[in-house]
Design a protein around this ligand. Structure first.
Ligand SMILES: *Cc1c(COP(=O)(O)O)cnc(C)c1O
Length: 425
């Protein structure tokens, strides 16, 4: 029966047979992922209980949004989960880039320097920082930038970090996930060491972590090890697929206060910001996030094993420990990237009949092809893939609200590559 349904969805016998052999070897990995999900699920439930979440928290507010108990309680839930003093979690934070830009611009002043110690930051941050000149960048406000590359093995270059820190260094940024790069993702343990190192040189330097795609992948978060701010998007892991918009910053009282004053206005800070009826999805999404992240992780592990077996370079490797939900596969040709993305699109519950094509997306420096048939537009905790059309022609695959959907997506991608003669089974 199962096979017939797969066939009806366009998956042929050779692909199914190949996949079954791979899956038979993944039981132990999947059990580990489930164990982490259990831990994180309990952590979130405990936070929701301790914050006294009630049905009242789901009420919509409008206008100024004074005394919005839903908003205030949710921010407490995030702070309790990330073990930070405070948090800012809002629909007014439009996306991950906005949350990061907010955290940076709120906590830096003219004459300050920020250093990225994990190499080149995420593409969209280049304009935020002013690495690529842009209207309103930090550079326009006389905030300077320095960058320390990771070592060839992907670890932090501690000596270079020490040399880069100057009297005006105010903030150090660490990007947990590889983003659109083929470097390894940093583990929480590695980030903890880097934070401790920076603090040992100058405890007043703000350590900020771009936490995008990393939330709930491990049992602990960078904020458990002294990071002053963790920052991310609600249309990724912590939104659990239900949040229709939003970003968060969890961190120290001072950092969050500055961010709130920057987001709304000096003097108003966290006190305003109506929630317009999105609160239930924020809470319920956060509640589901640990198991949704686990589904996405299983998809990533499965994809790594499938494509490594077929001879492609995959990052992380099939057997490697993983620290985010992104799986990169280097196809080496635009055709491979495009076929993979077509397969992901064809597996979607929404927009499965459209064909994705490369285009010049705002904020990116090359054409990008994106596959997503998502309930929330552009959501990348939902099954999605994107590939910049430039060497090494790698596709970045992530998400999957449920494991069966993630599995179908990978089978569809494989089917497409197989039909186009790009792989042999
Ligand atoms: C997605 C992502 C961002 C930006 O988030 P958007 O919501 O796309 O603006 C920043 N950093 C990393 C590592 C990301 O993965």
């Amino acid at each position: 029966m199962m096979e017939q349904l797969y066939e009806a969805l366009g998956i042929g016998r050779p692909v199914l047979d190949f996949a079954e052999k791979i899956l038979a070897q993944l039981e132990e990995r999947f059990a580990e992922i489930d164990e982490t999900a259990e831990y994180n699920q309990l952590k979130v439930i405990k936070a929701m209980q301790d914050a006294r979440v009630s049905a009242e928290c789901f009420q919509a507010t409008s206008g100024y949004g004074y005394n919005d108990i839903g908003r205030e309680t949710l921010e407490k839930v995030y702070a309790l989960t990330f073990h930070t003093e405070d948090a800012l979690v809002r629909p007014q934070i439009t996306c991950g880039t906005h949350a990061l830009a907010l955290a940076l611009s709120a906590n830096l002043r003219p004459g300050d320097e920020m250093i990225s110690i994990s190499g080149k930051p995420y593409d969209t941050l280049e304009e935020v920082i002013g690495i690529r000149p842009s209207c309103g960048s930090l550079a326009e406000f006389q905030i300077t930038y320095d960058q320390v590359e990771l070592l060839p093995d992907g670890g932090f270059d501690f000596e270079a970090i020490r040399r880069a820190i100057k009297p005006n260094t105010r903030l150090v940024e660490i990007q947990r996930s590889k983003g659109y790069l083929t470097r390894p993702t940093l583990s929480v343990r590695q980030i903890a060491e880097a934070v401790a190192f920076v603090k040992s040189i100058r405890p007043d330097i703000i350590c900020m972590v771009d936490n995008c795609y990393g939330e709930f992948v491990e049992k602990l978060e960078p904020s458990d090890f002294g990071a002053d701010m963790v920052v991310g998007s609600l249309i990724k892991n912590p939104g659990g697929g239900l949040a229709p918009i939003g970003g968060y910053i969890a961190g120290t009282k001072e950092c969050i206060e500055r961010a709130a004053y920057r987001l709304t206005s000096p003097g108003l800070g966290k006190e305003v910001g109506a929630t317009l009826g999105v609160m239930q999805s924020f809470y319920q999404g956060f509640f589901l996030a640990p198991v949704v992240t686990a589904a996405a992780l299983k998809g990533a592990v499965f994809a790594a094993n499938v494509y490594e077996k077929l001879g492609f370079r995959v990052i992380p490797g099939a057997d490697e420990e993983r620290y985010d939900i992104i799986q990169a596969v280097e196809f080496g040709t635009p055709e491979g990237v495009i076929a993979f993305c077509e397969g992901i699109q064809a597996a979607a519950p929404v927009d499965s009949y459209v064909t994705p094509e490369p285009w010049a997306m705002p904020g990116y420096d090359s054409d990008v092809i994106m596959a997503a048939g998502a309930f929330v537009q552009g959501s990348s905790i939902e099954l999605s893939a994107d590939g910049p059309i430039k060497p090494p022609y790698a596709v970045y695959f992530q998400g999957g609200l449920t494991w069966p959907h993630a599995k179908l997506g990978i089978l569809k991608s494989l089917q497409r590559l197989y039909e186009k003669g790009l792989v042999k089974l």
